[in-house]
Design a protein around this ligand. Sequence first.
Ligand SMILES: NC(=O)c1ccc[n+]([C@@H]2O[C@H](COP(=O)([O-])OP(=O)(O)OC[C@H]3O[C@@H](n4cnc5c(N)ncnc54)[C@H](OP(=O)(O)O)[C@@H]3O)[C@@H](O)[C@H]2O)c1
Length: 323
Amino acid sequence: LAAKRRELASRYQLAFRLTGIATGSHGHAINPAGIDPKRALRRIESGKSIARLHVGDPVLDTLDFIRRRPAQILFEITPLDPIKGQPALDHIRTALEHKIHVITANKGPPALAYRELRELARKQQCHFRFEGTVMDGAPVFNLVEKTLPASRVLGFYGILNATSNFVLTEMEKGRSFRRALKRAQAMGIAEADPSYDIDGWDAAAKTAVLANVLLGVQIRPSRVDRKGIGAVAAEDLEKASRKGRVLRLIARVSRRGGRTVARVAPELIRQDHPLAQVRGTSSALVLETDTMKELIVTEMEGTVEQTAYALLSDVLTVAQSLS
Ligand SMILES: NC(=O)c1ccc[n+]([C@@H]2O[C@H](COP(=O)([O-])OP(=O)(O)OC[C@H]3O[C@@H](n4cnc5c(N)ncnc54)[C@H](OP(=O)(O)O)[C@@H]3O)[C@@H](O)[C@H]2O)c1
């Protein structure tokens, strides 16, 4: 938002004010006149609470924060919980019940309760948007919603977890599993609990979101047949290479005889397949459609900046519908 402030004003006549920040362990702050994000960041980075920036009665907890907010939009970006979706699920329900638009990059809620949240948002005449849940700001949901009219998505497969892909491609260069994972954590791309990346949970949650939204089915992350990269050894990658293949963590959903089959597992990919070129923190999704056959969306070397762009692109969708 800060980087695009001028462009938002000149191209979209849009101004914004940050009126509240909730954290897990650094307090809460509400100020209808606006909070300076740099000041808040400085306090958090030096381990201090942001409660000093708060104006009014003390905030009890994040749900109290959401109920009392003077804002039109809530950004829900708490850590992923692929089993229960909490606390994000309660945050989003509370916001929608109070007629606040919700934009999230957290896969848990749309993976576990997409239909419920979509219906609640519709009833409350609010937006529930989640472009950042899969491949950061690369258009996936927006691509299908806005640019593929009268098309049906029949299935998909892709490399959806940047941390696993980074670890596998670093191991191809001779780095150890542990060192590669540490680097991914230092880059800020790993989940707060990195086992969610390595054990395939993050990819399973994204698989569930894609299947629920694009195929109209109801799959929970725990129902995705899931195998992570924890057991992959350097020898497996060398063996794959000798056979003209690469090993990648692939998320895959297909329909078989009216049944939806969802799977996340390391797969051998031919070296001349586009997915074999997806290295490091890059990710790619192949959409199988009834109109365009296979369409590939690739995000090259994603960072947290691209996740921020996902939230921004959703803001514009919300703002344009309000004007
Ligand atoms: N990082 C990425 O590249 C990326 C990409 C796409 C999607 N996502 C998704 O975005 C979300 C956030 O990721 P992240 O990497 O930014 O995680 P993170 O660095 O762990 O940050 C999580 C934030 O949530 C706050 N929080 C925790 N519990 C809270 C609560 N009950 N109420 C209010 N705030 C609470 C934490 O505050 P404290 O620090 O004070 O505890 C922290 O500020 C995750 O769901 C992730 O899957 C991340």
